[in-house]
Write a protein of this length. Sequence first.
Length: 381
Amino acid sequence: MGAVLDTVLIKVASRCNINCSYCYVYNMGDDNWARQSKLMAPETVAAICTELGALAQHQLTPFSVVLHGGEPLLLGSRRLHELLRQLRAVLPVTYPISLQTNGILLSEELLDCCAAHHVSVAVSLDGPAAVHDRFRLTHGGGGTFAQVMAGIARLKAHPAADFLNAGLLAVIDPTSDPAEVYEFFKSVGAPSVDFLYRDGNHSKLPEGKTSLHSLEYGRWMVGLLTAYAADPNPLPIRVLDDMLKVLLGGSVSKEGLGLTDFGILIIDTDGTLMKNDTLKSTYNGADQFAQPRTIRDTNLLAFLESAEFTHYRAMQQPTSAKCLACPALNVCGGGMILHRYHPDNGFDNPSVYCADQLHLVAAMRRMLGAYSLDYALSQSA
Ligand code: SF4
């Protein structure tokens, strides 16, 4: 069996200790979370480990496991330790396991637990306080920046920080100053940052985007690219690094860019197998398979070879005529599936960020062209 799954995302807790206004889990129309158990039950953990152990025996390429939520650290240290102990019993350290957290609950005890099981920690942080606190809010509506920075300080101070600190994940606010955001992330000392476009689609434009043709996000990304390119010691930025790599003839490391075939399976808190959870932002139930099943009553190897999973996986490939004829297709890949949605024709559309992507790719091509001209001139001098 070749590589079918790249990532298994496990939603170990269905609730969150904060309430980001843009969150696709709670605040974009999907209400599945309210029917979920708050924390993953021990029998679900046991079933996951049995099935992932079987998958690891069959799939030639290691897959990644991401602990997610809600907020995964709501699990608490005792349950987290037990989950990781069982996962590591079936998945050696060649299988990356990471935890995506808002950072607030990071404690020495939880970090010790992650270090003991070789599990890295990525923290969500959108930028400096004024940027972060616009959207990443407590349930009472207050900002969370100070609490997140305190969590990051504990992460950086841990003796195993070199391994544990897996970098930051930021959602773009196109009204912010990209140069200021870049400088802020440099000052935090993160090993890397990944930036995400805001959720949205053709019937519900992402916040900050005024029309399909507007360039708010594209201009912001070019601003980020400019700051990054001017830095003699640039901060690794996954989205820029991947796109530049493709333009130079390489391949990408994650879904949502380039012509890749990433297989992502979500396991919900009650054990239900789900599609990519960002699809929740399109319509209620969009991330559910037609035939509901849980990891406790499913042979995962057989499910991954089923017509239903194959069809879901194929959704990642862009199908719109505009994408298929696009000169930037190998870099953009039609964007994330959720960004292609329109209620009239489903996902058969270019990304809602198409104009922004074309703007960014053109700027990258100009930048690489200028570098190669400089290089050619330096060689002929
Ligand atoms: S979304 Fe736009 S830029 Fe991306 S591949 Fe499709 S047509 Fe090209």
